[in-house]
Write a protein that binds this ligand. Structure first.
Ligand SMILES: CCCCCCCCCCCCCCCCCC(=O)SCCNC(=O)CCNC(=O)[C@H](O)C(C)(C)COP(=O)(O)OP(=O)(O)OC[C@H]1O[C@@H](n2cnc3c(N)ncnc32)[C@H](O)[C@@H]1OP(=O)(O)O
Ligand SMILES: NC(=O)C1=CN([C@@H]2O[C@H](COP(=O)(O)OP(=O)(O)OC[C@H]3O[C@@H](n4cnc5c(N)ncnc54)[C@H](OP(=O)(O)O)[C@@H]3O)[C@@H](O)[C@H]2O)C=CC1
Length: 515
């Protein structure tokens, strides 16, 4: 019997960010392994014309929750969606709902965040810092609370090379930042943002670091732990391999490369690609929830959820594996044949951006205009290149994360828990994982039918022939221009032609002699 699964039985659990990528996988696993849990409260905001109920209905009826419905048929009754906006004071939760949350919550998993790298500092602070502070305040009023698990990121201190499982203070206190965001206007915030974030690359990593400081400062008597995942990717094993539902991290780039839009990236092939599957993060999170509630560590423990130190794979190798997967599982209607050149040279990348990205987009838009359609490729390409430039920081560096707490926790688990809540990435086979990832992107993100694979392969063959034809034509035109202008080129051309002619005459003569 799994001790962790039994622990969550009968519990009232509060999850923020349950509609997000990680939140959904977390909820699914909880229902599947502890179907006798009492209730999961989720803080949800109405969005995109959907009511709360419609959002929950959509999640529960997705492929991700198919197995849950078998083990927990009354899952609909066990989810309690509470209307909340983490940007508002008291999260805009009604009095009755707040009372219920305060009275019954046993465990909190705080996953909600803005994960946009370039979010305005005011918004990023509101969600990643102030909301965390407010949630802690709520938690301090919950008499039945046993553990508060905060999801941060392994990159909150990405300005350091070696990162320990400790909280590193930022120069300006989070309270001061929160206060100043209330009265500073946008223009001044824009001006001070680069100074505040310092040598971090974006507002996301900076505000996640501030969020950790808030957790430490406001922990009071609450049992708190922080999880720091690296780059969260598709699921490895559970509930099935390759599940993914948003473009963040590598998923968007896999699409861009598979569709032939992105063919070259400024990346360091030897840098460690610290990907971590979503289900691994969730397993560790649930194990940490159990450990924190049962063992009540005296201080806030931080757990790194990373792969680099256990089972490293570098970006060069990963790109090759992604390309190999495209051979087997091509995406439909590719713009060009997939390719993945990694370079660190600025001139090379500018050249490839011009030749391999912008020029084909301009040519295609010209074709669209000629055929009376609206041009769109150049705009799309510009947005893609902007996105890639934001991710570059993370694909050109390697970090070392110490993992003492994560390893300690692994050794504390019973063999059954190690199996059910497996977060040992040493067992991960990257080749298999990447192939399932690409398959998952095709199925769940692009919603492409597997029956279309032969047609997609044929399309890629056609693109390859066009590519060869185009290159040959280009070469011939360039050569023709060269021999028209240079005596040396003309001499070389004369030499080649006469050599070929002599060779041909020789073979013709020797074949006539044989007869
Ligand atoms: C060549 C071989 C490839 C092999 C694989 C290599 C993989 C390398 C991957 C490196 C990933 C490194 C990530 C590091 C993450 C740190 C971990 C965390 O804690 S943080 C957690 C992780 N957080 C993140 O990853 C957040 C990253 N994303 C952002 O911050 C923002 O999306 C933005 C600032 C980049 C663009 O904002 P903005 O222009 O205002 O507009 P929108 O937001 O509306 O999107 C614009 C368009 O871009 C689309 N798209 C979106 N994302 C991606 C993507 N990743 N990619 C591609 N495309 C993407 C989007 O669909 C849209 O398309 P369309 O509608 O025009 O057709
Ligand atoms: N994905 C990754 O690569 C990594 C993620 N992390 C961390 O993991 C956690 C989860 O990330 P992930 O699932 O990928 O992110 P998502 O963007 O998929 O999910 C974010 C969640 O936060 C919710 N949220 C955002 N703003 C509000 C708001 N104002 N009120 C209520 N809810 C809100 C979203 O709700 P809605 O659906 O309404 O938008 C969504 O449920 C985050 O803390 C992130 O920092 C850490 C490392 C890597």
């Amino acid at each position: 019997m799994s001790m962790i699964a039994a622990f969550y039985g009968g519990k009232s659990i509060l999850i923020t960010g349950a509609t997000g990528f990680l939140g959904k996988v977390l909820m699914e696993k909880l229902f599947r392994t502890s179907p006798d849990l009492k209730v999961i409260y989720i803080l949800v905001r109405p969005k995109a014309g959907q009511t709360l109920q419609q959002r929950v209905f959509q999640i529960l009826n997705s492929k991700l929750f198919e197995k849950v419905k078998e083990v927990c048929p009354n899952v609909h009754e066990k989810i309690r969606a509470i209307s909340a906006d983490l940007n508002q004071s008291d999260f805009a939760i009604s009095k009755e709902d707040m009372q219920e949350l305060l009275s019954y919550t046993n465990i909190i998993f705080h996953c909600a965040a803005t994960v946009r790298f370039d979010d305005h500092l005011r918004h990023a602070v509101q969600l990643n810092v102030t909301a965390t502070q407010q949630l802690l305040l709520m938690a301090s009023q919950m008499p039945k609370l046993e553990a508060f698990i905060h999801i941060s990121t392994a990159f909150s201190n990405c300005n350091l090379k070696h990162i320990d499982e400790v909280i590193y203070p930022c120069p300006v206190e989070p309270k001061k930042i929160i206060d100043s965001m209330e009265w500073l206007d946008d223009a001044i915030i824009d001006e001070i943002t680069p100074k505040l974030i310092g040598d971090r690359p974006n507002t996301y990593t900076y505000t996640k670091a501030l969020g950790e400081m808030v957790v430490q400062q406001e922990s009071g008597n609450i049992n708190i732990a922080i999880i720091r995942p690296s780059i969260v990717g598709a699921t490895w094993q559970e509930p099935f391999p390759g599940w993914v539902d948003n473009l963040n991290g590598p998923s968007g780039l896999i699409i861009a490369a598979g569709k032939g839009f992105l063919r070259c990236v400024r990346a360091t092939p030897m840098a460690v690609a610290d990907l971590i599957p979503a289900d691994t993060v969730v397993n560790l999170t649930l194990a940490v929830g159990w450990y924190t509630a049962v063992h009540r560590p005296k201080s806030v423990l931080i757990y790194h959820c990373t792969s680099g130190n256990f089972n490293p794979c570098n970006w060069g190798k990963m790109a090759l594996q992604v390309l190999a997967a495209f051979e087997k599982i091509p995406f439909e209607r590719a713009f060009r044949r997939p390719n993945a050149d990694f370079t660190t040279n600025s001139i090379t990348i500018q050249y490839w951006n011009a030749v391999s990205h912008r020029a084909p987009a301009i040519i295609y838009d010209f074709y669209l205009r000629l055929t009376g359609r609206k041009p769109r490729m150049t705009k799309l390409m510009n947005r893609l290149l902007r996105t890639v430039s934001m991710l570059e920081y993370f694909i050109n560096r390697s970090w070392e994360w110490s993992t003492d707490n994560t390893e300690m926790l692994m050794s504390e688990l019973s063999p059954e828990d190690q199996r059910v809540f497996n977060f040992d990435v040493r067992q991960l086979n990257w080749l298999e994982y990447i192939e399932n990832y690409v398959l998952g992107v095709k199925k769940y993100l692009l919603k492409e039918d597997m029956a279309g694979i032969p047609k997609a392969k044929q399309h890629l063959k056609r693109l390859r022939n066009i590519h060869y034809l185009f290159n040959t034509a280009l070469f011939l035109i360039a050569w023709r221009l060269l021999i028209a202008r240079s005596q040396v080129a003309r001499n070389v051309w004369f030499f080649i032609v006469s050599f070929c002619y002599k060779l041909l005459s020789y073979f013709r003569a020797s074949s006539t002699l044989k007869v």
